[in-house]
Design a binder for this molecule. Structure first.
Ligand SMILES: C[S@@+](CC[C@H](N)C(=O)[O-])C[C@H]1O[C@@H](n2cnc3c(N)ncnc32)[C@H](O)[C@@H]1O
Length: 167
């Protein structure tokens, strides 16, 4: 299970500003971000990892947990979607699904727009290692709301909204 780290805390401190109505967290790990969102909104959280979900289910009673690969088992739309992805293109050990998964951010962005309520927002973290060019995603407006330098890496926290022509 992913232990909260700098990336988790960078998102955590902004959740109170955006969690209103309903929140969905994809890839909840220890549940730290879903727990913060649940103080301000009705919260659902997912992970692909059964151990994380078992841990979270026993710890947090006011959050709905769903086992899902990205949005596969999600049917509803939300005011806020949070994702701290396994953001490295390839983790050096190649063991960790927590930190590395090829194309996961692209797949997330393809699907996320169908799960946002009107005026819904996304909090999404990228690393300088993520290999993402935001110009490749014209369905979203990207606003950089925070960043942090750690070791050899920069972390970027973006707030995304759908562009006007996105259905
Ligand atoms: C970097 S960790 C973030 C954990 C937690 N949200 C945090 O900020 O501390 C990424 C999480 O995404 C989960 N994950 C990886 N691939 C996934 C997928 N396809 N669908 C849902 N969750 C996934 C991992 O199991 C892990 O818990």
């Amino acid at each position: 299970m992913y232990q909260p780290a700098e990336d988790s805390y960078l998102i955590l401190k902004h959740i109170k500003d955006y969690a209103k109505g309903t929140t969905l967290e994809i890839g909840t790990g220890s549940g730290i971000l879903a727990n913060e969102a649940s103080k301000y909104s009705k919260t659902t959280a997912t992970d692909i990892d059964t151990k994380s979900l078992n841990y979270c289910n026993s710890k947090y009673k006011n959050i709905t947990f769903i086992k899902s690969n990205l949005f596969n088992n999600i049917t509803e739309k939300y005011n806020l979607i949070i994702f701290n992805p396994p953001y490295l293109p390839l983790h050096p050990t190649e063991k960790s699904k927590e930190l590395s998964s090829k194309n996961i951010i692209q797949d997330f962005l393809k699907q996320a727009k169908n799960h946002l309520k009107p005026k819904g927002k996304i909090l999404l973290l990228f690393s300088s290692f993520s290999n993402i060019n935001i110009k490749n995603f014209p369905n979203y407006k990207f606003k950089l709301i925070d960043k942090q330098h750690i070791f050899f890496e920069d972390l970027y926290l973006y707030l995304l909204t759908k562009t006007l022509n996105t259905k």
